[in-house]
Write a protein that binds this ligand. Structure first.
Ligand code: HEM
Length: 373
């Protein structure tokens, strides 16, 4: 995702900082891998060490992996050493979860609070709609983390966490879309929808009846907004990386629209197939699709790792969405095998994406060396 006000790290940043950032990215990768294996373990797929962490699947992915990487990206955007406290606490929380430490949840809460402080510092530096949306989003991450650390079931934290992801991503897209300015009324509408989403998801996490249905309406409206105003509508016509990124963004927005409509139409229980469809419609369909779309921008900004575009990147993107479609269909028609196979396909899509990114990089450095030789 974007790097905010100070988009790229200052030239010649000390390698120590870079090493620290890369170490944090390694923790994120381990948390992500374990979290996904844990999710497969919940579906009865006995893979590696994952099943041991079945109950921590959500917190590991949301707080340990995504919370940390988003905080890292924001810290790089602010460009001040103290800001690294937020991702460092997030990584410490992930390690504590992996170690089964009882204070893991407290560390995770501390990391979310540090992210709020970091986002507030960014708003102070640049008060813009997108920076405010990120600040609002991070307060939702804290609301969910506090509920979880306070002993509520993970499912209670989920609405606030969905709000966090959606507001953060919408904000990133808004910042990237500054090259294609949106009308003033549309920005105001976006701000109103963001506030509605924040209020309804926080209320759902606090236990308010029907709040999740209101959140569904807000999610669907935000998705429609993105499909109408996002820069991706234009960049999808440009070949290469812009079209790939735009495809990920637009496909993600379609999942957000569908999931929002589902949440608005049905009372979703806190566990079971409908819950699975609603949670992963947003977290896999929208969030992971955005991650695929933005990885070529995030990795260079955060870890100075160049990601080369190759058309092969479309294969994991297609597997991600195809797998999720099968999973959600299985959830809706009561076919647990489709649900499981679809989830396996999405997990493999993640592995394939990582391999494609690494493979393209290795091939490019091989070509460079051959050119020099
Ligand atoms: C593709 C691999 C994934 C698999 C196999 C998987 C599997 C599962 C399963 C079986 C559940 C229980 C659903 C229910 O019955 O209510 C679940 C819940 C959940 N998942 Fe995933 N998931 C995956 C990806 C993700 C991702 C990428 C995220 C976060 C970004 C995520 C976050 C959550 C959360 C927050 C919950 C609800 C919390 C809970 O009930 O413990 N999952 N997942």
């Amino acid at each position: 995702m974007s790097a905010g006000p100070a988009a790229s790290p200052p030239a010649g940043a000390p390698p120590r900082h870079l090493r620290a950032r890369r170490a944090l990215l390694v923790v994120v990768a381990v948390g992500m891998l374990t979290g996904v294996l844990a999710g497969l373990g919940r579906l009865g797929v006995g893979v590696a060490w994952g099943p041991r962490y079945a109950l921590d699947h959500g917190p590991l992915l949301v707080l340990g992996a995504f919370g940390t990487v988003i905080a890292l990206e924001r810290a790089v955007a602010l460009g001040q050493a103290w800001a690294l406290a937020a991702p460092a606490l997030g990584a410490a929380g992930a390690i504590a979860m992996l170690a089964g430490a009882p204070w893991a949840a407290s560390l995770a809460v501390a990391s979310t609070l540090a992210l709020v402080v970091l986002n507030a510092a960014i708003v102070r530096r640049q008060a813009a709609t997108f920076t405010w949306l990120m600040l609002l989003g991070s307060t939702l991450l804290t609301v969910g983390a506090v509920a979880w650390a306070g002993g509520r079931p993970v499912a209670r934290a989920v609405p606030a966490w969905l709000g966090f992801f959606v507001l953060t991503i919408v904000a990133e897209r808004l910042e990237l879309s500054r090259l294609a300015p949106t009308p003033r009324w549309a920005r105001r509408l976006l701000a109103a929808l963001a506030v509605a989403l924040a209020a309804s998801t926080a209320a759902a996490t606090l236990g308010a009846a029907h709040a999740l249905r209101v959140a569904g309406v807000a999610l669907a409206a935000l998705a429609a907004w993105q499909l109408r105003f996002d820069l991706a509508r234009h960049t999808v016509r440009r070949p290469g990386l812009p079209r790939f990124a735009a495809s990920g963004v637009l496909a993600g927005a379609v999942w957000l629209l569908a999931t929002g409509l589902l949440l608005a139409a049905r009372e979703v229980p806190p566990a079971g197939p409908l819950h699975d469809a609603a949670v992963h419609g947003v977290l896999v369909g929208y969030v992971l699709s955005m991650v695929f779309a933005h990885a070529p921008i995030i990795l260079p900004a955060v870890g100075r790792v160049t990601v080369r575009f190759t058309p092969l990147l479309y294969a994991p993107l297609a597997a991600l969405h195809g797998g999720l479609a099968l999973r959600v269909l299985g959830d809706l028609v009561g076919e647990p095998a489709w649900r499981r196979d679809g989830a396996i396909a999405s997990a493999l899509a993640l592995a394939l994406f990582a391999l494609t990114v690494v493979g393209a990089r290795v091939a490019a450095s091989g070509r460079r060396r051959a050119g020099r030789g």
